[in-house]
Design a protein around this ligand. Structure first.
Ligand code: NAG
Ligand code: NAG
Ligand code: NAG
Ligand code: NAG
Ligand code: NAG
Ligand code: NAG
Ligand code: NAG
Ligand code: NAG
Length: 647
């Protein structure tokens, strides 16, 4: 029966929303390699500013990050002596190359002291690494508190079989680890075919200071806590981590489980470690068994109790969510100075956009939808609630809506720095976009779309990804706007007027333009165009007027083939760029615009490709060449468009 409670949909959403809120708030600093996942630092024991403990902690963090330059994925260190000793360790995800591990530790050591400024004990989990320190000696023992369970809120079909498959794979990983000695690398990944089209990816890792037995005990405990019926989840302990997803989140290829080559020789003599592991098992096993029994009983009771009220709660929650998202028309009118022209920010695909300031001083962007939507009020509200739940730091947040009479209005967070095209296409503003900013923007957009495609409860295809739909915050972090519009707008499938094209010329994939076929791979195509546009700093339509190459794609392809990268790059970049990064981006961009959607990578692999230099990318083929005349078939039958399907 696993652990259903924390993953009941409500709780799950709350956790996710909280998680994204926290990452939202805490990620205003510049982009880091360490992708924050969660942290715990109980405030029951704290230290005073400028105390010995603090200086020991600082030393410890320095030891950890400076020792990460060595060719290792795990390191433990001790700083100080007697009462104020600090013990700490880091662990990198086993598949990552040394450089990624180093940067993750460097970032994590800075990040954790901001999140836990005065706590003596802290654990920080990041996608790429984990950091743990304490005032108690914990090396070599299994630590399972504090812990965290996270899940992808989306259900999976054929849940029982899926859960069984995931658990079987994880058991396989754990049993491969049990015979490994203390000090050996304890990491493994396994993938399995769930259906013909769907592969499940699993990962398990322990800190190498554990014995093989402790590691498998830890993994077993984690496996029991894994969410059921979900398409992705992780259990984070200080001593071990398990995770599964239906997309690759580790470097696939030749990372096999578990690598037999151990890192540095175990610190303790073999015999001793064997005895101590046995002793520990003898002590720990009964504890685990009783913990599990207790846990199952607890779950059973809670479940019985909860099932009665859960539906009422759901209904009540939905109503209060709708209320909290609803704005009065008068409020909006006052905020935008009666939709004055001075407040107008622009004209979007779905109506005019105004800047507003609420009475409490909060800045908002108000989108006044044009009136051709024929959808009913109830449906509109439902869709807005769903879209408002999509929260990610690379998405513009939908704060609410207003619905009065003929008026349908959406209220968004205000993003101060205008859109990407504002900077990209104006030579005098180019200076603001040096290479590192552009690279960061590409990575952020990729993560935002990945969230829409894979990690949100709805599978959302954006359909209109382009430079003007990427807004920039005060730190030039990208935020994607206009997602979920087709859903909110309930594009009428029987509407006679099909002349309205959702999508922007130059960004639309050939299969959409020609056959009105839509999939996540059409977004990948648009993303590829975005990368190319960001690299060359030219509007893709600007090619049509010039005498030069016919279009952006042939221009990019030509320079890729000829190896004349410099001539493709935006000249205003000067030599601020890293050649490797630029080449990689160009290659990814070209892979995204392949004619056949199957040949385009998924967003998940794009995010991995952008994060790691050790993955070898496939060679792109000739990209899709679209006809570039303006009279191409633009009236597309929207009836066959499917962009959002609740899963
Ligand atoms: C510890 O945190 C809790 C909630 O996070 C808070 O209510 C409490 O005041 C904190 N205690 C101290 C000593 O800071
Ligand atoms: C800690 O030390 C710094 C510099 O030594 C000093 O500026 C600061 O006021 C001290 N803080 C406390 C709380 O003692
Ligand atoms: C690291 O941990 C081992 C036990 O696993 C311990 O013997 C060793 O002293 C620790 N190293 C440091 C520098 O604390
Ligand atoms: C590595 O850590 C040890 C303590 O574990 C410390 O003495 C040493 O200075 C560190 N190495 C570097 C390069 O800082
Ligand atoms: C997930 O599945 C459960 C039961 O199978 C169902 O009640 C729930 O509505 C589903 N949630 C979503 C988001 O599909
Ligand atoms: C672990 O070792 C035991 C005996 O030492 C052996 O029987 C067993 O097959 C081994 N397991 C694995 C997975 O190698
Ligand atoms: C998964 O399916 C692919 C092709 O359908 C096949 O090549 C591969 O061997 C299968 N993998 C496993 C582990 O069954
Ligand atoms: C992975 O493959 C690369 C070359 O493709 C090879 O150099 C490397 O040794 C392989 N690593 C492992 C662990 O097999």
């Amino acid at each position: 029966m696993g652990l259903p409670q924390p993953c009941r949909f409500n709780l799950c959403m709350t956790l996710l929303v909280l998680y994204f809120l926290i990452s939202f708030l805490s990620h205003t600093r510049t982009e880091a390699v360490a992708t924050y996942v969660h942290h715990k630092c109980p405030n029951t024991t704290t230290f005073a500013t400028n105390s010995t403990y603090q200086s020991n902690l600082n030393n410890l963090l320095t030891y950890l990050s400076s020792n990460a330059t060595r060719n290792i994925e795990f390191y433990n260190a001790t700083a100080g002596n007697s009462v104020d000793t600090v013990y700490g360790l880091f662990l990198c995800r086993g598949d990552l190359p040394v450089d990624t591990c180093q940067s993750c530790i460097a970032d994590a050591t800075k990040d954790i002291v901001q999140r836990c400024p005065t706590e003596r004990v802290a654990v920080g989990w990041y996608d790429e690494c984990m950091l743990h320190y304490s005032d108690q000696y914990f090396f070599g023992s299994m630590v399972t508190d504090p812990y965290r369970i996270l899940c992808n809120p989306q259900n999976i079909s054929d849940q029982t079989r899926f859960d069984q498959l995931v658990r079987a794979k994880l058991s396989g990983l754990a049993s491969g680890i049990i015979n490994l000695s203390t000090g050996a690398k304890k990491f493994g990944t396994k993938q399995a075919n769930f259906t013909a089209l769907r592969i499940v990816y699993t990962l398990a890792q322990c800190t190498p200071d554990l014995s093989g037995y402790d590691c498998t005990s830890c993994l077993r405990l984690a496996k029991q806590k894994l969410p059921s019926g979900k398409r992705g989840g992780r259990v984070l302990f200080p001593s071990c981590i398990v995770r599964f997803e239906i997309y690759p989140f580790y470097l696939t290829g030749n990372t096999s489980a578990p690598p037999p080559t151990p890192v540095p020789p175990p610190p303790t003599p073999k015999g001793k470690s064997h005895i101590s592991s046995l002793t520990i098992v003898a002590i720990v096993a009964p504890i685990i068994v009783s913990a599990v029994l207790f846990f199952m009983g607890y779950c059973f009771l809670i479940r019985r109790k909860a099932s009665k009220t859960i539906q009422e709660e759901n209904a009540a929650n939905e109503i209060s969510i709708v209320e909290s998202l609803q704005f009065d028309f008068a409020t909006i009118e006052a905020a935008t100075n009666k939709f004055s022209d001075a407040n107008k920010l622009g004209e979007g695909g779905f109506g005019q956009v105004y800047k507003g300031i609420l009475l409490n001083g909060q800045e908002i962007a108000v989108k006044r939808l044009s009136r051709w939507s024929r959808q009913g009020a109830g449906e509109f509200k439902n869709e807005v609630v769903l879209v408002a739940k999509l929260q990610h730091r690379n998405l513009v947040r939908l704060l609410g809506f207003c619905l009065e009479g003929e008026e349908k209005i959406l209220v968004y967070e205000f993003v101060p720095n205008k859109s990407l095209d504002y900077f990209l296409y104006e030579p005098e503003r180019h200076g603001k976009l040096d290479w590192s900013k552009r690279y960061k923007i590409i990575g952020g957009i990729a993560r935002g779309i990945l969230y829409l495609h894979e990690d949100s409860r709805l599978k959302i295809i954006h359909r209109d990804l382009k430079a003007s739909n990427v807004l920039l915050d005060e730190n030039m972090n990208p935020k994607i706007s206009d997602f979920g519009m087709a859903k909110i707008f309930a594009i009428d499938q029987t509407q006679a007027n099909t002349s309205r094209v959702v999508g922007t010329f130059g960004y639309m994939s050939p299969e959409y333009v020609m056959h009105a076929q839509f999939s996540t791979k059409s977004d990948v195509y648009s993303f590829g165009i975005l990368i190319l546009v960001i690299l060359c700093g030219k509007k893709n339509t600007s090619f049509y007027q010039s005498d030069g190459p016919a279009d952006l794609l042939s221009f990019a392809w030509k320079h890729w083939e000829d190896g004349t990268l410099l001539e493709f790059l935006d000249p205003t970049l000067g030599d601020s760029y890293l050649r490797n990064e630029v080449i990689r981006c160009l290659q990814i961009g070209l892979l995204c615009v392949q004619e056949n959607p199957v040949d385009r990578p998924t967003m998940a692999s794009i995010v991995l490709m952008l994060n790691s230099y050790s993955i070898t990318l496939p060679s792109p083929q000739n990209p899709a060449y679209l006809q570039t005349e303006q009279n191409m078939p633009l009236s597309i039958n929207e009836a066959s468009i499917t962009e959002v399907y609740p899963r």
